[in-house]
Structure formats: structure tokens, C-alpha cells
Write a protein that binds this ligand. Structure first.
Ligand SMILES: CC(C)(COP(=O)(O)OP(=O)(O)OC[C@H]1O[C@@H](n2cnc3c(N)ncnc32)[C@H](O)[C@@H]1OP(=O)(O)O)[C@@H](O)C(=O)NCCC(=O)NCCS
Length: 188
């Protein structure tokens, strides 16, 4: 089924009252495979972040050094929380981009957001909608998170549409790091 996640999750705690500890290192959707972000994904990530169109609503083009630090931060996120960013590939193994579920501080509140960025050649084919649906499913069902948010620059129409199609509701607008963003949320 398009957009539904099939993962190799393994439960380490079956007690219903406790939060489950889930490993979701790999999962796949109808057209994409997702692999936990690793050190050897650096070159692909650097190339993605160097595209000014891709980075337009991601805070601008990042230097290789900044992306290297970004990779380290996001690998540490996996170690700490058991989820984070995945590298996305198409069925033929081509690098398609990155997506993830991660902690983010918004107005001093610890929130969990979904994030996605695709190589330009893969835009407009429904890939982001497919991966956002899968991330939402993993976050709410497998990780049992109470809610997920999406933070999007007001002008990023495509990303706003991705969230709306995944049943996120517009919550509020705010200024963040000097830019006008909107926050969407989905709850259990
Ligand atoms: C935003 C992004 C992930 C969308 O990826 P995508 O695979 O092209 O999105 P989809 O094909 O799933 O399209 C989602 C919806 O947005 C619409 N859309 C796509 N591009 C659009 C655009 N430029 N303007 C308006 N709507 C657009 C699509 O028509 C679709 O809606 P529909 O199904 O009702 O027709 C992609 O453009 C990207 O990687 N951008 C750079 C990184 C980024 O901005 N990430 C999001 C940060 S919040």
C-alpha cells in the first residue's frame, strides 16, 4: 500500500503500559527504502544540501563542514532516542533524499517533528507524501508518540500540502530563526 511503512521493528518491551522500545533502522514504502543515517551517507547529504532549490526552505545552502556536523548531530539523535533521520533510495538504489522523525525545541517545549527533503529530480511524483505518511505511521503507531508536528516556512506550499495530505492540522504561525513559519500537528 502506498505510503504505509513496513519496518523491521523489534519490540524489546511487550508490557502494554510501558512505552515500547522499537528499532526502526530500516523501513520501506511502495517506492522508497529508508535506511538509518550513517557516516557513509555524508557525500550524498552534502550534495543534497548544496542544491540551492532544495535548501531554499531549509535555512539555505550548507557547506560540507556544516553538513558533516549535521550528520554527527543526527547520528547522535539515533543513539539517544532510537529514531532519527533516514536516507531514502528508490527501488534501483538511487539516492532520493532524507527524511526523519526528531526532537525539536519550539518555544522551550520539546516537540517531535517529521522532516523530509528530496533531490530535485524526484519532486512532483508523490514521494514526499508517501514518506510523510510512513513517518507519521511510525511515529504514532510504532513509537507511540502522543503527537507529531511539521514546521514549514509559510511560502513552502508543496511541503504544507504534504502535511495536509497526511492529515496534519494547521496549529499556529510564528517567527522562527528570523523566518515566518507555520506549525502543523497530528495527534494520536
Ligand atoms: C517539499 C518537497 C518535500 C515536496 O516533495 P514532492 O515529492 O514533490 O511532494 P509530492 O509530490 O508528494 O506533492 C505533495 C503535494 O504538493 C503539491 N505540490 C508539489 N510541488 C508544489 C509547488 N511547487 N507548489 C504548490 N504545490 C506543490 C503537489 O501537487 C501535491 O499535492 P496534490 O497531491 O494535492 O496534487 C520537495 O519539494 C522538497 O524536497 N523540497 C526541498 C526541501 C523542503 O522544502 N522540505 C520541506 C521542509 S518543511
Amino acid at each position: 500500500m502506498a505510503g504505509s511503512a513496513r519496518s523491521d521493528s523489534s519490540m524489546t518491551d511487550d508490557t502494554p503500559r510501558k512505552r515500547r522500545s522499537v528499532s526502526v533502522d530500516h523501513f520501506s514504502t511502495a517506492r522508497l527504502t529508508a535506511e538509518r543515517l550513517r557516516e557513509n551517507h555524508l557525500a550524498e547529504l552534502v550534495a543534497l544540501h548544496c542544491d540551492p532549490e532544495v535548501s531554499r526552505y531549509l535555512g539555505g545552502v550548507r557547506t560540507p563542514e556544516v553538513t558533516k556536523a549535521y550528520l554527527a548531530t543526527n547520528m547522535a539523535h539515533w543513539d539517544q532516542h532510537g529514531f532519527g533521520l533516514w536516507t531514502l533510495r528508490t527501488a534501483d538504489g538511487a539516492y532520493a533524499g532524507r527524511a526523519g522523525i526528531r526532537h525539536v525545541l519550539v518555544d522551550d517545549v520539546d516537540e517531535i517533528e517529521i522532516a523530509y527533503a528530496l533531490k530535485r529530480e524526484f519532486w512532483g511524483q508523490g514521494f514526499a507524501s508517501e514518506i510523510a505518511t510512513a513517518l507519521t505511521d511510525i511515529g504514532l503507531s510504532q513509537l507511540a508518540l502522543p503527537s507529531l508536528i511539521g514546521i514549514v516556512y509559510v511560502g513552502n506550499t508543496a511541503s504544507r500540502r504534504v502535511l495536509e495530505k497526511s492529515n496534519y492540522l494547521l496549529e499556529r504561525s510564528k517567527n522562527r530563526h528570523g523566518g515566518d513559519v507555520v506549525i502543523y500537528r497530528i495527534r494520536q
